[in-house]
Design a protein around this ligand. Sequence first.
Ligand code: P6P
Length: 348
Amino acid sequence: MPSNQLITIERHIADQEHMHSEASGKFSRLLRDLMLAVRVIQREVRRAGLSDIFGMAGGKENIHGEMVKKLDVLSNDTIIRAMRYGGHLCAMASEESFGLIPIPDDAEKGSYVLLFDPLDGSSNIEVNAPIGTIFSVLHRVTPDNGSEGTMRDLLQPGYRQVAAGYALYGSSTVLVYTSGDGVDVFTYDHTLGEFLLSARGLRIPKRGRYYSINEGNAVNWYPGTRRYMEHLKSNDKASGRPYSLRYIGTAVADIHRTLLHGGIFLYPSDRKSPNGKLRLMYEVNPLAMLIEQAGGTATDGRGRVLDVVPTDVHQRAPIICGSSDDVAEAMKFLAEDIEAIEAERIAK
Ligand code: P6P
């Protein structure tokens, strides 16, 4: 619900500190430092058209072989620089970095790990479409004794996240965040340089009227996905069909609309991408935590996606998420795909 109070995100995080008894303020300082990085990124995103920051970062490729744009590199470096000496992290991982990002030898190692996609939707940079930053915070599982973090601290299932959120650089810059006690929305006030609380306890509608999927992948869809899409596009006034298609191609933007207006977002398993396209640790898990905290559902087509036990920090995961009634209906169709996927796997 809208908030008419004047509360900055720092104040809000400090107020929520009681949620993390072991935090001793470190949790708040972690988020405070992350918000500084987001402010810097949003400044550069807003200036991107002015300074020569478009184009490729000297033709660099990221670990997925994708040409990396300068803003990706800058965003990645900004977060690392803002976080590595804060004393609250023992390790990081990013879409733009190969493996574990260590905390420097001369820096204090803390109790948390941070996983992030520094600039989600970078293919939309040049066309001025919304892009975003996604983050996920976990408590370390190795001894909290000031030692370096390990891959074990990073590779935890999504239900163990202690906080998750995203910044969406759209017509305004919003930050959507949860630390397990519901979803709160903050809007950036450029005149103050502050994120101000704009909605508290965001709840996703039980059902929506939008579906969000890349229809260009239809040729690769399994039968259940195809039948579900035909169902959504057929006439049935009583259930509000046909739904409208909305697909921006930036997960943060498509999920933000789904959170506010309801409906369903899908990047499912298909014959070309058996594990979907989105990355589990720093895209799917944080977005799924927000959807669930807002009262929605997030599945990988088999079960709760937050229950998936990761084996690689860059692994992909199918995601079907949004309004609980819409996802429940989708699963009636997609259940058929599980058999088709299994049959094709055995046949190979
Ligand atoms: P496609 C952006 O590159 C991204 O990782 C997500 O933000 C977005 O949802 C997806 O890829 C779009 O992928 O295949 O539809 O272009």
